[in-house]
Design a protein around this ligand. Structure first.
Ligand code: UDX
Ligand code: UDX
Length: 473
């Protein structure tokens, strides 16, 4: 069956990708009705909250787009069945975490949410529906979705002759913290599929704000694989520069100078060469793990172990930082207080998934110190969930004792502490008030700067001991 035009869109999954993506899509397509649905009722209520500061995710510029379009042509709802039934096009933007158990545990993606979404589409859709994979998925997932939907096409033939489907892959390349700008001005939009009419209809939606030459169309598998490989290449650059940060520390050179000189070569380019505590976020580790799984599946063990190293260096970088902190503080953290500046995996987001802060904080807590954690956007309950000190089987932590606190601001975190560790590149950490900090911290006071934010001479002037990542001087 051929569709002529799209007037009603449903997106399953109102998360970090689904929410902002649909907001920008609705903003640029005023004639389209866009409904974002989620099984999490509380999340939908937050998306609908009158006061935009309660939106479930923090993303610069998002509140403005929401306020322009919400309840005009953009809706947030938990009525999944009705929204699917009304839609000409359904985006699947549910989470695809790494499997925790069973075959492929630790590597393969858990596709249970994608499968259940496909089953919901199969059940509730009417007429011809274009199903668009937005979630990052292992190569050939579209085949799974196709099989589920096609089974329904056959089954439903007697009851509803008009039920049919086209599947497209349209991976999202937005980065958190810059999502609205990335969506508004994408480097490229990728559409994979084998139904030219469906591709044309999705392309028309993007053409309302994206130039034609930026919209690439491919086959389904190439599109799915391109998303995985883009993330793998980005992560690989970070592991490369992080590995060299250790070499710089050992050889009296400076990682910023090296990155600048290397990045000025047009063939290499300056982006994604900032050394830091390792990459976090929901995508990089998950997608590389998945790539490793796929390579092993196809018998390409050398390729798999090449990519495995990207993850290993990332873990090593985090451990390396924890060890340096312990060593510099005389090998003993008990009875010490350490201020942690930043818990989100990067600036301008409240997301903490795979944040390097999690493993570094856990390492420090294991050594017996007390942490005062400050992050401008991450809530206390979120940190609590990530650190999960209590109730883990092997944990020596005591239910009754407090091991960390959430501080309201930088000064409160620094008060009476022995050291501060900068873990997230929030802009406000660029202008620390060293004079004030020195007056309220214990002596000798240390700054561990894993994000290269501190002006060394300034901090030294006020008597701080400083360790800067990748600085061997
Ligand atoms: C997305 C992608 O979908 C993922 O594949 C990619 O790698 C990272 O980005 P993200 O938007 O960050 O995930 O995930 P999350 O913020 O967890 O949002 C997913 C939403 O889907 C959640 O709100 C969850 O409640 C919802 N969901 C999940 C459904 O509505 N239905 C389901 O069946 C499962
Ligand atoms: C990433 C991809 O950039 C995006 O295209 C994809 O759609 C989802 O995954 P995201 O994880 O949101 O986006 O953020 P990104 O800016 O890529 O940062 C990921 C991690 O790498 C962060 O922890 C960040 O601090 C770190 N990073 C990034 C570095 O350590 N150095 C850099 O030079 C760049």
């Amino acid at each position: 069956m051929k569709k002529r035009k799209i007037s009603n869109i449903c997106c399953i999954g109102a998360g970090y990708v689904g929410g902002p993506t649909m907001a920008v899509l609705a903003d640029n397509n005023p004639k389209l009705k866009v409904t974002v649905v989620d099984i999490n009722k509380q999340k939908i209520d937050l998306w609908n909250s009158k006061d935009l500061k309660y939106l479930p995710i923090y993303e610069p510029g998002l509140a403005k787009v929401i306020s322009r379009n919400r309840d005009v042509n953009l809706f947030f709802s938990y009525n999944v069945s009705e929204s699917i039934a009304e839609a000409d096009m359904v985006f699947i933007s549910v989470n695809t975490p790494t499997k925790k158990k069973g075959f492929g545990a630790g590597f393969a993606s858990d596709l249970k949410w994608v499968e259940s979404s496909a089953r919901q589409v199969a059940k509730y859709s009417r007429g011809h529906t274009i199903v668009v994979e937005k979630s990052t998925l292992p190569v050939k997932t579209a085949q799974t979705i196709k099989t589920i939907l096609q089974a329904c096409e056959v089954k439903c033939e007697d009851i509803n002759k008009n039920k049919s489907f086209s599947i497209l892959s349209n991976p999202e390349f937005l980065a958190e913290g810059t999502a609205i700008n990335d969506l508004q001005n994408p480097d490229r939009v990728l559409i994979g599929g084998d139904d030219n009419n469906a591709i044309k209809l999705l392309k028309e939606i993007y053409l309302n704000w994206v130039e034609d030459y930026k919209i690439l169309t491919t086959d389904l598998w190439s599109s799915e694989l391109s998303k995985l490989i883009s993330n793998a290449f980005l992560a690989q650059r970070i592991s490369s520069i992080n590995s060299i940060s250790a070499l710089c520390e050992a050889t009296q050179s400076n990682i910023n100078n090296v990155a600048k000189a290397v990045g000025m070569d047009k063939r290499i380019g300056p982006f994604f060469l900032e050394a830091g505590p390792g990459f976090g976020g929901s995508c990089f580790k998950k997608d590389i793990s998945n790539l490793i799984y796929i390579c092993n599946h196809y018998g390409l063990s050398e390729v798999a172990s090449y990519w495995e190293k990207v993850i290993l260096i990332n873990q090593w970088q985090q451990k390396r930082i924890s060890k340096i902190i312990v060593e510099k503080l005389f090998g003993n953290l008990s009875e010490k207080k350490i201020a942690i500046l930043g818990f989100a995996f990067k600036s301008n987001t409240n997301d903490t998934r795979e944040s390097p802060a999690i493993s570094i904080c856990k390492d420090l807590l294991e050594e017996g110190c007390f942490l005062s954690i400050y992050d401008p956007k991450v809530k206390k309950e979120q940190i609590d969930r990530e650190l999960k000190l209590i109730n883990t089987l092997e944990s020596d932590f005591d239910n009754e004792k407090h091991y960390w606190e959430k501080s309201k601001n930088i000064n409160e975190a620094c008060d009476n502490s022995d050291a501060i560790v900068i873990l997230t590149n929030w802009e406000e950490f660029l202008n620390l008030d060293f004079k004030k900090m020195q007056s309220i911290m214990k002596s000798p006071s240390w700054i561990f700067d894993t994000r290269n934010m501190v002006e060394l001479s300034q901090a030294e002037r006020y008597g701080f001991n400083i360790w800067k990542l990748g600085d061997g001087f």
